[in-house]
Design a protein around this ligand. Structure first.
Ligand code: SF4
Length: 238
C-alpha cells in the first residue's frame, strides 16, 4: 500500500507526547482561512511511498523517542488515507512505537473507525465551536468533527483538543466557554491547547498565487492568549 506525503519532520516536539517523527500527508478537503501549510492541500502531487519505506524512516529516529515519543501522522488530512495510516500504525505497535494522529476529524467512515483502534493519541483540531463559523472559515460543517470526538470517546482514545485563536473570529470568552464545555463532556479529552494565529505562512500563499484570506485579522497578544486559557479547565498550565 502506498501513501502520498508532503514531508517528514524527524524531531518534532509540539505535535504529540515527547519527541516525535512527523509524517505530513498530502491532500486535504478543507480550506481553513488560517491554514499554515497550503502546499499540503492539493490532492494531487506529493511523494509516493510504501508503508515499509515510511517505517524505515521512523526507525531511524527511534533512539530519540524515549518513553513517550513516537510517530505522529499529520497533513493535509490523514483521514483521507486512513487505510495506509492504519497499516503504518500497526507496524509501529508491533515494534513498540507510540502512535498519534493529528486531524480535523472531518471524515467519518469504517476505515477511520478502524484507524482509531490502533491510535494511542488523537490531536483533534476543533477549529470553531459553531456551525456557521465552520462553514464560513473552514469549509465543512461542525457535525463530523463532533461525531469524530464522540467516536474517540466510544473507543476510549486519548484526545488533546487544539484550536487556533484568531482575534475577530473566535477569540472570545463565549467561544472558550463552549470549547471548555465540550472538553469537559468527555473523560478521554485530557488536554485543550490554544494556539495563537500566526501569519508566517503568508509568503507561501504569495508564492502559490493564492489569497491568504485571514491576512485581514490580527495575531493575538500573549495577554489575550493567557486570559482565554484561564477559562479552560483542561488548558495548559503555565
Ligand atoms: S485542515 Fe489543516 S491542512 Fe486542511 S486546510 Fe485546515 S489547516 Fe490546512
Amino acid at each position: 500500500m502506498e501513501c502520498r506525503y508532503n514531508s517528514i519532520q524527524t524531531l518534532g516536539t509540539v505535535d504529540g507526547p515527547g519527541v516525535r517523527c512527523i509524517l505530513f500527508l498530502q491532500g486535504c478537503p478543507l480550506r481553513c482561512g488560517y491554514c499554515h501549510n497550503p502546499e499540503t492541500r492539493p490532492l494531487e502531487g506529493g511523494i509516493t511511498a510504501t508503508v515499509n519505506e515510511i517505517f524505515e524512516r521512523v526507525l531511524r529516529c527511534r533512539n530519540y523517542f524515549g518513553k513517550e515519543g513516537g510517530l505522529t501522522v499529520s497533513g493535509g488530512e490523514p483521514l483521507l488515507q486512513a487505510e495506509f495510516v492504519r497499516e503504518l500504525f500497526i507496524k509501529c505497535h508491533e515494534n513498540g512505537i507510540n502512535t498519534c494522529l493529528d486531524t480535523s476529524g472531518c471524515i467519518i467512515n469504517d476505515k477511520v473507525e478502524a484507524l482509531l483502534s490502533v491510535t494511542d493519541t488523537v490531536l483533534l483540531d476543533i477549529k470553531m465551536t459553531n456551525d456557521n463559523d465552520y462553514r464560513r472559515h473552514i469549509g465543512c460543517g461542525i457535525e463530523n468533527p463532533l461525531k469524530f470526538l464522540e467516536l474517540t470517546a466510544k473507543k476510549n482514545v486519548t484526545v488533546w483538543i487544539r484550536q487556533v485563536i484568531v482575534p475577530g473570529v473566535n477569540a472570545t470568552e463565549e467561544n472558550i466557554a463552549l470549547l471548555n464545555d465540550m472538553a469537559n463532556r468527555y473523560d478521554n479529552v485530557k488536554l485543550v491547547e490554544l494556539l495563537p494565529f500566526r501569519k508566517l505562512c503568508k509568503a507561501k500563499y504569495e508564492q502559490r498565487g493564492e489569497e491568504f484570506v485571514f491576512d485581514i485579522y490580527d495575531t493575538p497578544t500573549k495577554e489575550l492568549m493567557a486570559s482565554l486559557n484561564a477559562g479552560l479547565d483542561k488548558g495548559i498550565k503555565e
